[in-house]
Design a protein around this ligand. Sequence first.
Ligand code: UTP
Length: 299
Amino acid sequence: MIKKCLFPAAGYGTRFLPATKATPKEMLPVLTKPLIQYGVEEALEAGITTMAIVTGRGKRAIEDHFDISYELEHQIKGTSKEPLLNEIRDLITKCTFSYTRQLEMKGLGHAILTGETLIGSEPFAVILADDLCTPPVTPDPNPESSLPNNQYTNTPITENSKGILTQMIEVFEKYQCSVVAIEEVPMNQTHKYGIIAGNLVDNSDDTYRVTDMVEKPDPKDAPTNMAIIGRYILTPDIFDILRNTKPGKGGEIQITDALLEQAKNGKVIAYKFKGKRFDCGSVDGFVEATNYFYNQSKG
Ligand code: UTP
């Protein structure tokens, strides 16, 4: 059972400067919701209610977002605007949020290790909120179906409306080892991702046992075009491995290097998820996500 989700959110978001000079990248909104709220909703849909957030300097807006704003609540109480706060209120009631600060931005692997104090020694999920993921089909808000509702979101569960983290937890329950979400990217994009090589274990659920991993390889050095995206289920031995992981590509402590240690023992499964992912850490991906969600909202 996965009970906690870690959100590394301490990065500088330099690709979004100047917007991210004083505003956390994770608080940039796609329509009216900040990126990190989409991530928290995805975790909650997967049955996770403990959110652990790794922040840094200049990120206090994240803490304020997942808190009550008394003045604002008082101001709009009883007006037509009050329902606009329903979704976030619901999240605050159902989840707990805890925070720790990464003092120096030494990379994603280091951020995850910083989160150990909030996670302890149990398997946990990781969401990079700037990778915005959505299931193949968005749930019908007025269903006439007799399918059971998700107990956390109160929306009907169908094979095609399962969130990416829900899908990954099912894979974890089957294999009981670390799981990374992957998607195929154009070969000329491999330098932006951790790239895996692996052997297909189960055709029916698109799972691979990982045999190799390379961080941001040039296309000529990439073993495949299967890229790791910002969703992980990690077993807690990853912390000891990270403690002993030397800085890698770009001088940063890379989660890919630590995962490769687990993969050497056959303990990493890559899962080709069902759904869409938008790289909202880049301007192009952010605009694409905005258009997609806008069109969805207009039905
Ligand atoms: P990115 O490299 O995409 O984020 O890290 P960044 O560094 O914030 O963005 P750019 O490249 O400068 O535009 C992936 C994720 O890891 C977190 C980031 O917040 C992001 O969610 N991260 C990265 C940390 O929490 N700490 C770090 O030291 C590095």
